[in-house]
Write a protein that binds this ligand. Structure first.
Ligand code: BG6
Length: 368
C-alpha cells in the first residue's frame, strides 16, 4: 500500500498537492466558495458574534491558522483552544458562539468531549474532519470534510494541509455571507488557494537538500523554531514533528517573543529554523524577522531559513536556506511547513527510527 515509498509518511507528504486539490474540489463556483454542507447553519453564520476553534496536536495548529484567516477576512473574533483545556474550565460559550472542532480522525476523545460540552452550553458546532461518518462530525450540527485521503502515519502531514485549506474555504465563505470582503478579494484568495498544489510540488523538489541537512544534523540534541504571524503556528508544527518523529527536544516560538526569554537558549552552534515572511507583502514583518535572525546569529546560532525564492536578505546569516514560491501572506504556511515535515522525517530516518509508528504515540487517542 505504500506504493514504492519507504514509509506512509513519505507517501503522505508527497500527496499534499492532491490533499489540497481534493479539498477544494467542487467547492468553488464562479469565483465563490460554495459549501453546500453548511446549509443547516448558514443562517446562523450571520448571527454569531464569536468563534472558538478546538483541536489537539497538529489540529490545534491548523486551528491557529484558521483564526488568522477568519479574523482577517470575516472580521469576527476567533479564539483557539486545546480541546482538553476548554472542556474543564467552564468556558463561556452560548447560542451566539460557533464552535469549530478540528480532527483528522474525528474520534479524538478530548475533542469529542469538548464538542459535547459546547453543545450542552447552547453553542452551534461545526466539525472539520478527514474521516467520513466519524463520531465528532456525527455529533456536530455541520461538517466540512477534508479530502486528504486516509492518513496512516501517526504524525499528521497531509491532513494538516487539508485542514488549513478547509478553514480558509470556510473563512472566505463566512466573509461572503457576512459581507466583509468584496468579490474581487475573495476571487484573488481563491486563485491563491488554487495555485497551492503546484507550489507545494515545487517545494517537494527540494527533498534532497533537506535530507542532506537532516543527515548532517542527526545527532542534534535540541532544535528551535521561530516564526511570526502565520509563521508562528508553522514553527510550532515544525517543532512538534521533530519531537514526534525524531525524539529531539524541539520548541517553537513566536519570533517577537525571542527577547522576552527564548534568546537565553541561544549558544554557539544551536540550530534554529526561522520561517521568514515574504519581503513583498504590504506591512511585511520581513524586516523584523531578519533582525531576529541577526540577533541569534550574533550569539552563534546556526540559522536555517525557510524563505521566499529570491529573498537575499537572509543569505549573509543563514547556513541553509530552503525556498518557497511567492504566495499571499496567509498562504505561506501551506508551503513553509513542507520542508519542516521532510526534515523531521529524514532526521528520524537517519536515526533509524520508525517514522510511521513513533514510540508512545497513537494515531487517534480515544481515551481522555
Ligand atoms: C494525536 C496524534 O494523538 O492526535 C496527532 O498523534 C494528532 O498526530 C492529534 O494531530 C489529533 O488527532 P485528530 O485525529 O483529532 O486530528
Amino acid at each position: 500500500e505504500k506504493g514504492g515509498w519507504s514509509s506512509f509518511m513519505a507517501k503522505e507528504i508527497s500527496e499534499q498537492p492532491e490533499a489540497v486539490s481534493n479539498t477544494l474540489l467542487g467547492r468553488i463556483h464562479n469565483d465563490h466558495v460554495v459549501l453546500g454542507e453548511l446549509e443547516a447553519i448558514d443562517e446562523l453564520l450571520t448571527e454569531i458574534d464569536r468563534i472558538v476553534i478546538l483541536g489537539c496536536g497538529t489540529a490545534a495548529y491548523s486551528a491557529m491558522l484558521g483564526k488568522y484567516a477568519i479574523e482577517k477576512w470575516a472580521r469576527i473574533p476567533v479564539e483557539v483552544e486545546l480541546s482538553h483545556e476548554f472542556r474543564y474550565r467552564d468556558p463561556v460559550v452560548n447560542a451566539s458562539t460557533l464552535v469549530i472542532s478540528i480532527s483528522q480522525s474525528g474520534e479524538t476523545m478530548d475533542t469529542l468531549v469538548a464538542v459535547q460540552e459546547a453543545k450542552a452550553k447552547g453553542a452551534r458546532t461545526l466539525s472539520i474532519c478527514n474521516t467520513q461518518g466519524a463520531t465528532i462530525p456525527r455529533e456536530s450540527d455541520a461538517v466540512i470534510y477534508t479530502h486528504a485521503g486516509p492518513e496512516v502515519a501517526v504524525a499528521s502531514t497531509k491532513a494538516f494541509i487539508a485542514q488549513i485549506t478547509a478553514l480558509y474555504l470556510f473563512g472566505l465563505h463566512l466573509a461572503r455571507v457576512r459581507a466583509t470582503l468584496d468579490d474581487e478579494t475573495i476571487a484573488t484568495s481563491i486563485v491563491e488557494l488554487q495555485a497551492i498544489p503546484d507550489k507545494i510540488r515545487w517545494v517537494l523538489e527540494q527533498h534532497g537538500e533537506i535530507t542532506e541537512l537532516a543527515n548532517w544534523m542527526s545527532d542534534s540534541r535540541a532544535v528551535l523554531f521561530l516564526g511570526r504571524h502565520v509563521g508562528f503556528p508553522v514553527a510550532l508544527e515544525g517543532a512538534l514533528k521533530l519531537k514526534e518523529l525524531a525524539y529531539i527536544h524541539a520548541e517553537g516560538f513566536a519570533a517577537g517573543e525571542l527577547k522576552h526569554g527564548p534568546i537565553a537558549l541561544i549558544e554557539p552552534g544551536q540550530p534554529v529554523f526561522v520561517v521568514v515572511p515574504s519581503p513583498r507583502h504590504p506591512n511585511s514583518l520581513h524586516a523584523k524577522v531578519v533582525s531576529n535572525i541577526q540577533e541569534i546569529k550574533a550569539r552563534g546560532a546556526k540559522v536555517l531559513a525557510i524563505a521566499e525564492e529570491g529573498d537575499v536578505a537572509v543569505l549573509p546569516y543563514a547556513s541553509d536556506v530552503f525556498r518557497i514560491p511567492l504566495a499571499g501572506p496567509l498562504f505561506e504556511p501551506l508551503l513553509a511547513v513542507i520542508p519542516l515535515q521532510i526534515f523531521a522525517m529524514e532526521l528520524a530516518t537517519a536515526k533509524g527510527l520508525d517514522v510511521d509508528q513513533p514510540r508512545n504515540l497513537a494515531k487517534s487517542v480515544t481515551v481522555e
